[in-house]
Design a protein around this ligand. Structure first.
Ligand code: SAM
Length: 407
């Protein structure tokens, strides 16, 4: 059952470009799995997504011609098998027999022999051939994407980004009060990072960790904490938090003493924001509004615009995005970001600051967006340098910039 669910979800993600979490969480048989089977199924999916490019390379070496049409889904049975053999250290006999059962269950009886032959060969060659991590890493990133990173950051940096995608990223948390970082680092056996975040050892259920239930901290990647710091001292100021849900930055702002108005168009995501505020005993005014239409009735001291984006800076957390996103998405997102930023530019007081940020690695959604904004808005000037973080030890890929309204 856990492999069957993983297979169904894989077909949805790769065939229909559906986000993995959504397809997995809404699978009709998910409730039938034990917690252990559920976490195996999820780990199998994430591992397959993370290494899909390299797995396909191995499979292609074994196939004279790739199955076409509906038969292409048999590749997903093979992908799950290779992920277990190569990256999850499941014994070969178990992988082979489970793959045979799955092949029958998903009505591909005629491919049983082929699946067996491919997996046997890959298992045999695993012991004979060694692949450099850089080779595996680059295979796992779609060509259009790694080329865009090479153009933006150079060959070496693009390879380092690809390498960062091989591993599960660490779990960073933000303590509600900065001066409690040492206490929580000690209690949770974590490490304090230079920005004050705490990096926890991977594994375990977050909800069960000390301090989660009473809201002493929340999960937030270290790089994602930076944009709020660009607003300077927000204590007592009115801050409009645009695209706020699920509220990582809302909690930061509220904990720093800002009077926050948090706006987002997603009811579901705002529900999560409300839960987060309730758990952390923090306050904000919450508005469910589409920012393409809504207008506030007053100006704010500061604005944070955490715009929707291609999220290519967080693909190591959501590796299914590697295979569901396409290069055209960048232009489409940049258009939305430009419009949202332009609309927000009228809602900040003269002398006030807007911080624009995205978790995208694409310059079109970062550096080039700032240039275009400043060119079209003579009443704004940039404050300081832009913040650009690449995925790796310092956190997710992130971009942020602060601009000040001068008139
Ligand atoms: C990057 S996420 C925000 C993350 C959040 N700021 C945090 O720190 O937890 C982008 C958000 O933009 C919201 N969004 C996208 N388009 C929007 C629109 N037109 N109006 C309002 N919210 C929008 C999405 O619902 C999503 O919650």
């Amino acid at each position: 059952m856990p492999r069957r669910i993983a297979y169904d979800v894989l077909c949805q993600v790769l065939g229909k470009k559906r986000p993995m979490d959504e397809a997995f969480n809404s699978h009709p048989h998910l409730d039938k799995l034990t917690p252990k089977a559920k976490s195996f199924s999820r780990a199998l999916l994430t591992t397959t997504m993370r290494h899909k490019g390299f797995i396909d390379h191995l499979i292609n070496e074994c196939l004279e011609k790739r199955p076409k049409g509906a038969a292409r889904d048999i590749l997903n049975v093979m992908r799950l098998g290779v992920a277990q053999l190569y990256f999850m250290h499941v014994p070969a006999h178990a992988v082979l027999s489970e793959a045979q059962i799955l092949t029958g269950r998903v009505d591909f009886m005629q491919y049983k022999k082929l699946v067996n032959a491919v997996l046997r060969r890959i298992d045999r060659e695993q012991a004979e051939k060694e692949f450099a991590p850089a080779f595996i890493a680059e295979k796992n990133i779609p060509i259009w994407l790694i080329e865009s990173w090479k153009n933006a950051y150079g060959e070496e940096a693009a390879q380092a980004i690809a390498l960062a995608h091989l591993k599960e990223p660490p779990l960073d948390i933000t303590p509600k009060y900065n001066d409690e970082a040492a206490i929580w680092a000690k209690r949770l056996n974590g490490e304090i990072l230079p920005n004050g975040s705490i990096r926890l050892p991977i594994g375990g259920r977050i909800e069960e960790l000390d301090g989660y239930g009473n809201g002493s901290w929340w999960v937030q990647d270290a790089a994602a904490t930076h944009p709020v710091t660009l607003l300077g001292d927000v204590k007592g100021k009115t801050v409009l938090d645009l695209c706020a849900a699920p509220g990582g930055k809302t909690m930061q702002l509220a904990a720093l003493g800002a009077n926050v108005t948090a706006v987002d168009k997603s009811t579901n995501r705002l529900k999560k924001l409300e839960e987060n505020l309730a758990r952390t005993h923090l306050k904000a005014d919450i508005l469910t509004k589409d920012l393409m239409e809504w207008e506030p009735d007053c100006e704010f001291d500061a604005i944070l615009l955490d715009a929707p984006c291609t999220a290519t800076g967080t693909l190591r957390r959501h590796p299914d995005g590697l295979w569901t996103k396409k290069s055209d998405d960048i232009r489409a997102m940049a258009d939305i970001q430009g419009t949202l930023w332009h609309r927000a530019s009228r809602w900040v007081k003269t002398g006030g600051t807007i911080v624009y940020c995205t978790c995208s690695l694409q310059p079109e959604e970062g550096e080039l967006m700032v240039k275009a904004f400043l060119k079209g808005h003579a009443n704004f000037e940039q404050i300081g340098d832009v913040y650009r973080n690449l995925p790796g030890a310092g956190g997710d890929g992130f971009f942020a910039v602060a601009v000040k309204r001068t008139s």
